[in-house]
Ligand binder design. Structure first.
Ligand SMILES: Cc1cc2nc3c(=O)[nH]c(=O)nc-3n(C[C@H](O)[C@H](O)[C@H](O)COP(=O)(O)O)c2cc1C
Length: 182
């Protein structure tokens, strides 16, 4: 798949087949991620690959949040959906007391996530980048072995083969967002 095809055809995937992508594909995606641009070569990113035990704890934590917000039924539906995700990766970025560095590192890590998503897509694997409530809980750092004083979450990634690819949605066309200056 050429780069432009991947850029245009990648879609966020929410429904996954049960098959687990080979670790070779996941490794290649993380390798692609670390070649994202980053100012001053800070390489601020961390990729926490959740094993079954950690994934189950994150699913449970999220289920409790949904239950408190939306009730039992919604929580059960979300639990089933999240339990069916084949691969989870939590991506964090180093924090800095220097506000500019902190922002640049956060942006670089977002670029890294997109590299990762595109690499997966080129290998036929889908991904969903989430920044839902669970990513802001005080429990998540402990579950995923990172120090919230030193790193912040940029995304929790759900990864697997697409059971369904949603149609593309963009509400603005090129002339609305692209300005030719003199
Ligand atoms: C920073 C960021 C956070 C996101 N968080 C969520 C999320 O919490 N839940 C969700 O369903 N999708 C989330 N998404 C995925 C977007 O909803 C998705 O990219 C958007 O619908 C466009 O679809 P596409 O990626 O297929 O073009 C997030 C995307 C980004 C870039």
């Amino acid at each position: 798949m050429d780069l432009h095809t991947a850029l245009l055809e990648r879609r966020t995937i929410s429904q996954f087949k049960p098959d687990v992508p080979d670790s070779e594909i996941i490794n290649r995606a993380i390798e692609a991620a670390r070649w994202a641009p980053n100012h001053r070569f800070t390489e601020p990113w961390h990729f926490y690959r959740l094993g079954p035990e950690t994934a189950a704890q994150v699913v449970q934590l999220n289920t409790e949040l949904v239950k408190a917000k939306k009730g039992e039924e919604a929580a059960a539906a979300k639990a089933a959906k999240w339990a069916a995700v084949p691969v989870w990766i939590l991506v964090t970025s180093d924090r800095s007391e220097d506000a500019l560095k902190d922002q640049e590192d956060y942006l670089a890590t977002a670029c890294a996530i997109q590299n990762l998503q595109l690499s997966l897509w080129a290998d036929g694997v889908g991904c969903k980048w989430t920044t839902g409530d669970v990513t802001r809980t005080k429990e998540l750092p402990e579950l995923c072995w990172f120090d919230a004083n030193c790193e912040r979450v940029v995304g929790l990634l759900m990864i697997g083969y697409a059971a369904e690819v949603p149609p593309p949605v963009r509400n603005k066309d090129l002339p609305q967002i692209s300005v030719d200056l003199p």
